[in-house]
Design a protein around this ligand. Structure first.
Ligand code: GLP
Length: 247
């Protein structure tokens, strides 16, 4: 595991974007695994800038999102598909047919998860997967207790996730969905390279739990310690409780 620490979110985002850019310049056909949430916003803005100003191209790449809420359509501003279009896809040259994300409105979400699993298997391992982390240690929507053998599936969101993500559902009558489709731990761990990003004091506890103790299914992100090509990018606040690991 390689750990890097940053004074601020901007420099962290730029470092993450440089890793994506290096992977893409070495292999323009790279398969990328992408997260949502507030954590990757700076990274996506920097990738858009690199595309506009420094010729970074996604034209031959393929992107697979980690997860999607069950019940939200692509036109719902809280859906991850909408998030990706707004924050990244409409600013870069990734072809429409190379953007994959589970459908939140499939009639049969279980079948949709199986379809997504088959799609990932068909394309082979991701070259680079970028992850944020939930305050309870979740990655994608793999909540505490998720099996390390898990694959793409429909999951029930933890209470902590529902309350933490409620900040995005502020309109009248809007509630956080209680289910999602997510890549499993197996899909995540089969990526050739993983970047884990975390910023802010609210992530200090889960980062400590994920990185400084023995891996356990109770803390999903702790499985990443077993990955042979993991880069952890943290700002000072998120790294605050790591103690000796910082030095
Ligand atoms: C959601 C996503 C995760 C993400 C997490 C953290 O629950 N499913 O992939 O890492 O939120 O969100 P944020 O970056 O907003 O803290």
């Amino acid at each position: 595991m390689q750990m890097r620490f940053f004074d601020d979110a901007e420099s962290l985002a730029c470092a993450a974007a440089q890793i994506v850019s290096t992977v893409l310049r070495e292999n323009p056909q790279a398969k990328l695994g992408l997260p949502t949430g507030s954590t990757p916003l700076g990274l996506y803005a920097e990738l858009a800038r690199l595309h506009a100003e420094e010729n970074l191209s996604f034209a031959e790449a393929t992107a697979f999102n980690l997860d999607e809420y069950v019940g939200l359509s692509a036109t719902s501003p809280q859906s991850y598909q909408y998030f990706m279009e707004e924050n990244l896809f409409k600013h870069i040259d990734l072809p429409l047919e190379s953007r994959y994300i589970p459908s939140g409105t499939a009639e049969d979400p279980v079948a949709e998860a199986a379809r997504y699993e088959a799609l990932l298997a068909e394309h082979g391992p991701l070259d680079l997967l970028i992850l944020g982390i939930g305050t309870n240690g979740h990655i994608g929507f793999n909540e505490p207790g998720s099996s390390w053998d898990s694959i793409c599936r429909v999951v029930d969101l933890a209470e902590e996730t529902i309350s933490s993500n409620a900040r995005f559902f502020t309109g009248e009558g809007e509630a956080v969905p209680s289910k999602a489709i997510t890549m499993g731990i197996t899909n995540i761990m089969s990526a050739k390279k993983i970047i884990l990003m975390a910023m802010g004091k609210s992530k200090a506890e889960c980062i400590k739990a994920a990185l400084s103790y023995e891996p356990t299914e109770a803390i999903p992100a702790s499985v990443l310690q077993k990955h042979e090509n993991l880069v952890v990018l943290l700002d000072d606040d998120a790294a605050d409780l790591l103690g000796w690991m910082r030095f």
